[in-house]
Design a protein around this ligand. Sequence first.
Ligand code: SF4
Ligand code: SF4
Length: 305
Amino acid sequence: MREKIIVPKDYDYVGVYLTDRCHLDCPYCITTHHNSPFGKKDVPELRPEEWVIGLNRLELPKDVPITLQGGEPFLYKGIWKILEDVRHKIDILTALPPFVKKSHFLNLKTLEWNNRRAPYPTIRVSFHRGENDYKELVERIAELQEILNIGLYYLEYPSHSDEELAALGDYAKKFNVELRSKEFLGESNGRVYGTFLYPDAALGRPTGVKVLCRNTVVPIGQDGNIYRCHSDLYFSRPEGVLGNLLGEVFEFPDSHLYCDNYGLCSVCDVKIKTNHEQIYGYTSVDIKFINETRSCRIDYGAKKV
Ligand code: SF4
Ligand code: SF4
């Protein structure tokens, strides 16, 4: 008999990577930052019934859903069983592949998983310029929002022109689709975008700096492995595996863990962002520097956005 898995109260996010496959090939994809092999390794995927057993073991903090993501989560065929049989509220990060239809959702025995009070759309569809078509996405979202909490996000990609964004905004407005932006993170034309609590953590190369790190985000890989952080997941680091969703017993560490991959951190883990309540000033990881007097922590305060 597998025991419950208690997610600590101060944890903010549970990201479930159903698959590392994606139908798009965005050049700036965060999963492959720092030349990680994510999506190129033959990592086995859990079966849908295994996901249901594993995810239903989780005891989540108040108002924290699980978030299905990837890769493209709808490429995982068992997603429909997960949406029906997992007992939690579920958010989805997707680029909404063309084969996903309203009828798929209507065929589910419940949409309760999508019935969550949140200050943002809980199915977040991404528009990636050059990879998918915003008009098609807006029209499909307009149809889906009759039954779902869903909205469109565009990446604040540096080369988006004002005209392009105005056209996107007008089109979303015409169909009454909620449109939001997502901060672009990473490098473009020699400039690094994003606001980072630890500025040298995501340089893209090992720095030799040894740290103790505690994360309040849970990344779960497609094989059910629960990782210490996104960088460990994207690089499939064995030492970053805390356990498996299907292991008999699993407990989250209650202290900081040793890491010598500082410099290869994922931008998601070290950036300053909003938490699940939309309060700005949150960063997923807390890092302590061993043998160094410096602390990179900057107190940005907290404000509701
Ligand atoms: S849609 Fe998302 S997961 Fe797929 S390649 Fe683009 S950024 Fe990466
Ligand atoms: S220091 Fe960076 S790579 Fe190491 S565990 Fe923390 S977030 Fe992950």
